[in-house]
Design a protein around this ligand. Structure first.
Ligand code: SF4
Length: 74
């Protein structure tokens, strides 16, 4: 399993993640990106997933550097 983090304070609203996969990323009412299905604490979204491939690609292309992927098995 993988833990995905999106630090929304750092989001530049560039839209790359949403363009990559609109089922996994969307814009919230404040126009910053959010992880679909995530829990939010201190304006940071957290989500546990089995397949992190799309999130890793999103992280690589995130202009805010605010998407992180952690392998929980490590
Ligand atoms: S790619 Fe990063 S900076 Fe751009 S909208 Fe998504 S989370 Fe925000």
């Amino acid at each position: 399993m993988y833990e995905i983090i999106l630090e929304r304070d750092e989001c530049t609203m560039c839209g790359h993640c949403v363009e990559l996969d609109e089922e996994k990323f969307t814009f919230d009412s404040d126009d910053k990106a959010t992880l679909v299905g995530s829990d939010r604490e201190d304006n940071t979204d957290e989500l546990t997933v089995e397949d992190a491939s799309v999130y890793e690609e999103a992280s690589d292309n995130c202009t805010g550097g605010c998407i992180e992927v952690y392998d929980e098995d490590d």
